[in-house]
Design a protein around this ligand. Structure first.
Ligand code: 26W
Length: 822
């Protein structure tokens, strides 16, 4: 009977219309004549969701039957952005839905704009996780993401009248979220605090057991992740905290209502908000609680699934691969060891063998302030049994090292998971290295620095093979197919098929057309239209008029000293100074430029927030200087997020990726810009280097100190001080003259160039930067040359597909095979 009642297909537009009307009536409970855009977006999304859930179910059924090895991607952050447009493309039904929506009196474009971004992430790491689940679903790998369902994702950024960043909470669930499914039946206990007791098990052996403390529930929410051109559907499972003792009736009956709701408040707080720090460890107890809550629930879920297979524990790592996305989920190593030893009764060594064969660790940063360390007293208080286990892991590891290198006390100190500071600290990255079978960096240079600077002593213990590189990638579906329909269409027309969407190497065929005048014209027309689209957004939303004929120069990413937005704005001031000194005939030769910034600063990062203020102060002066006109405009786009990136990225002529060499692990927006035919102005850092190797050095503007020279320069600055570059000094003088408002505000920022050295080498790199900028201006005036470079950029980007990256993880780390859907 069930078989004959298979769910509907929504094959025709009438079916689609009916399904939308159905959801309006029965899901939203709205009268048909009372449907506004928001409701229509919601009803349409529910209708599309039905299609996705059908694929979700058949995918889970298939996995249940075949029971293959699966991989779980543990990531604190998933920066997904919007879902509707992506789902429509993946299900290849956008055209049909657009027609249906139109027939019902709405426009698809408007509806897409109704959707709130799912912004459960800070920046690169979270967006990478989103690209990887897209590729896993598309390539039909059995991969699930595990994370937290934050009620508040990254804050909404507002630029106030004075040009400073203000933060407001972003309650992204205010209109409901059609893209998630709450699973009330999937619920686990998570414990905190308490003490360790010795208990007898059934066999009469004494076992350590974690007792007492506080308990919360973790409830599952699933977000289906559609694959492109496949019936396979992936999943992200996010945990929400809920109170365990729904009510303290004792307290309630005694009239102590405050106490009665206390438990509930605490539980509701736990997954309320994402920490807005990027590359900076806050060290807060609530954060450690979030991390443990998430890995504990995820492991319980994974173990429950493993147990259903009835296989022996020693086969766990043949069934399960666990990828640790940075230091945030590393407690999972101690937690799995605890579950295997204390709960399942395995011997320590057998359990540890399983743990180390199951976990692998991805490092995303070499900045020391971003590597999590937890104080031993905090951990003893919150997770007493885990602290013991970490001590034991460390002890057994150090004993092994001592055996291998007798008497090498230095080495023991260097690799100890416990840092002997006051108080002692647990170095989470070290725990990850000891507890994983592979450690990877995210770009070639970065992976070398991981070995050389972060874990040199571990190479001695484990050999170099444990440390590998997997260069990041981005999904071509969202970042070209969806974000740049005009470019998509001419690529498909020129290559004769859409094969490139899942085989990005096919783009290399565009190289043959790089000198073709007619193709160049089409190509640059698309770029122009994308610049018009962005100019329109800026004019509508910010009231600033910029000309699409100008060179669009874009830097959008989190605001951080190492990313050097400061260098960019100092360069803008230099350009403004020069323009001010020119006569009309000189000005007529200048390439007009729009310099666009965007990005959030962590709320507590004073210097980064001051950079935003400086950019806005400069923008105010320059944009209102009538004598400058279109020759220079400066725009700070507020609240940069995934959905804005989709408009911004296709519109660049140049984008800036100018981190101090050795500081940006990879960068992924660099890949997005180049994929969309934008050129890069960048340093010899992160993935810029591999992008150069793929597209050819003649197609990228590179400058600046090389990574291996940075330490010496910093060292010398400490001794001899910093002598500022002459042009930089003139720029600083202009700021200090009050040209951009009260100069004293900017003192703390200017001080970062001199006091205690210019740590990020802004002065050192300033001259090289300005010279490259001049080269950019000159090259842009040669339209044919520029068009050719732009085409060669896109054509060379095949390697940077997240499909390639995920395949590398599957082959080199997870030992995972695709499970075809048909
Ligand atoms: C503990 C606080 C904290 C929070 C987030 C520390 C570190 C992070 C992330 C690792 C920061 C991050 O997003 N890193 C970026 O990861 C990208 C994906 O690999 C890289 O492309 C970027 O270069 C790297 O900065």
């Amino acid at each position: 009977r069930w078989k004959s009642l298979a769910p509907h297909d929504l094959a025709s537009t009438t079916d689609i219309e009916k399904s939308i009307v159905y959801h309006t009536t029965y899901t939203l409970c709205r009268h048909r004549y009372n449907v506004d855009k928001t409701a229509m977006y919601s009803a349409t999304s529910h209708s599309v969701r039905d299609l996705l859930l059908k694929e979700w179910n058949t995918t889970q059924e298939r996995l249940h039957v075949t029971n293959p090895k699966r991989c779980y991607y543990l990531s604190m952050e998933f920066l997904l952005g919007r879902a509707l447009d992506n789902a429509l493309y993946c299900l290849s039904t956008k055209k049909e839905y657009a027609e249906s929506v139109k027939a019902l009196g709405f426009s698809m474009e408007d509806l897409l704009e109704e959707e709130r971004d799912a912004a459960l992430g800070n920046g690169g790491l979270g967006r990478l996780a989103a690209c990887y689940v897209d590729s896993s679903a598309t390539l039909e790998y059995p991969v699930w993401g595990y994370g937290l369902r934050f009620k508040y994702g990254i804050f909404k950024q507002i630029i106030n009248n004075e040009g400073y960043q203000d933060e407001t909470p972003d309650y992204w669930l205010s209109h409901g979220n059609p893209w998630e499914l709450r699973r009330d039946d999937i619920k686990y206990d998570v414990q905190f605090y308490g003490y360790v007791a010795t208990k007898m098990n059934d066999a009469g052996e004494s076992r350590l057991s974690w007792e007492g403390g506080e308990k919360m529930y973790a409830v599952a929410y699933d977000m289906p992740i559609p694959g492109y051109d496949t019936k396979n559907c992936g999943n992200i499972r996010l945990w929400e905290s809920q109170p365990h003792n729904l009510f303290d009736f004792g307290a309630f009956n005694n009239g102590d209502y405050d106490k009665a709701v206390n438990d509930q408040k605490r539980a509701n707080n736990l997954t309320a908000v994402l920490y807005p720090n990027d590359n900076h460890d806050s060290g807060k107890e609530l954060r450690l609680k979030q991390e443990y809550f998430w890995v504990s629930a995820s492991l319980q879920d994974i173990i429950r699934r493993f147990k259903r297979s009835k296989r022996p524990w020693k086969e766990f790592s043949d069934q399960v691969a666990l990828q640790l996305n940075d230091t945030h989920p590393i407690m999972a190593i101690a937690e799995l060891q605890r579950l295997l030893v204390d709960v399942e009764g395995l011997a320590w060594d057998s359990a540890w063998d399983i743990v180390t064969k199951t976990f692998a660790f991805t490092n995303h940063t070499v900045l020391p302030e971003a590597l999590e360390r937890w104080s031993v007293p905090l951990m003893e208080h919150l997770l007493p049994r885990h602290m013991q286990i970490i001590y034991d892991i460390n002890l057994f590891f150090l004993q092994k090292v001592e055996k291998q290198f007798p008497g090498d006390r230095d080495l023991l100190n260097q690799v100890s998971i416990i840092e002997e500071s006051q108080p002692q600290q647990v170095r989470m990255a070290y725990l990850a290295v000891v507890g994983s079978h592979k450690v990877n960096g995210v770009a070639a240079l970065h992976s070398e620095l991981v070995k050389k600077d972060l874990f040199p002593a571990f190479i001695k213990c484990f050999g170099p093979e444990k440390f590998i590189n997997i260069t990041n990638g981005i999904t071509p579906r969202r970042w070209l197919y969806q974000a740049n329909p005009a470019l998509r269409d001419i690529i498909t027309e020129t290559l004769g098929s859409e094969k490139w969407v899942t085989h990005l190497d096919e783009l290399a065929q565009l190289k043959k057309f790089a000198d073709d005048k007619a193709f160049q014209k089409k190509w640059m027309d698309v770029k122009y239209r994308n610049k018009q689209r962005l100019a329109k957004w800026i004019s509508t939303n910010m009231g600033i008029d910029v000309s699409p004929d100008s060179l669009f120069d874009i830097q959008v990413k989190r605001i951080h000293e190492y990313k050097r937005q400061f260098l960019n704005i100092l360069g803008v001031i230099h350009r403004y100074r020069e323009l001010c000194e020119m006569n009309d005939s000189e000005r007529s030769k200048v390439t007009p430029r729009v310099v666009i910034f965007g990005g959030k600063a962590a709320p507590g990062y004073f210097v980064a927030k001051l950079v935003i203020k400086l950019i806005n102060s400069v923008a105010k002066v320059v944009n209102n200087d009538e004598s400058i006109g279109d020759l220079l405009k400066v725009v700070f786009i507020p609240d940069y997020k995934v959905s804005l990136a989709e408009i911004i990225t296709p519109a660049s002529d140049i984008s800036q990726h100018i981190s101090t060499a050795g500081t940006e692990a990879s960068g992924t927006s660099n890949m997005k810009f180049v994929l969309n035919g934008g050129l890069i102005l960048g340093t010899v850092d992160g993935a810029n280097i591999e992008i150069r190797d793929e597209i050819g050095e003649e197609n990228i503007f590179m400058f600046g100190t090389l990574a291996d020279k940075v330490p010496d320069i910093r060292h010398n600055q400490k001794f001899y001080g910093v002598l500022l570059d002459a042009n930089l000094q003139a720029v600083i003088d202009l700021i200090e003259s009050g040209a951009f408002g009260d100069a004293s505000i900017f003192n703390p920022l200017i001080d970062t160039l001199t006091y205690g050295g210019d740590y990020y080498l802004i002065s050192e790199d300033f001259d090289g930067y300005l010279k490259k900028q001049t080269e950019v201006d000159d090259t842009f005036r040669d339209k044919t040359l520029w068009a050719k470079k732009s085409i060669m950029c896109t054509a060379g980007m095949g390697f940077f597909s997240s499909d390639r990256a995920v395949r590398e993880y599957a082959d080199k780390i997870w030992n995972l095979k695709p499970i075809p859907s048909e």
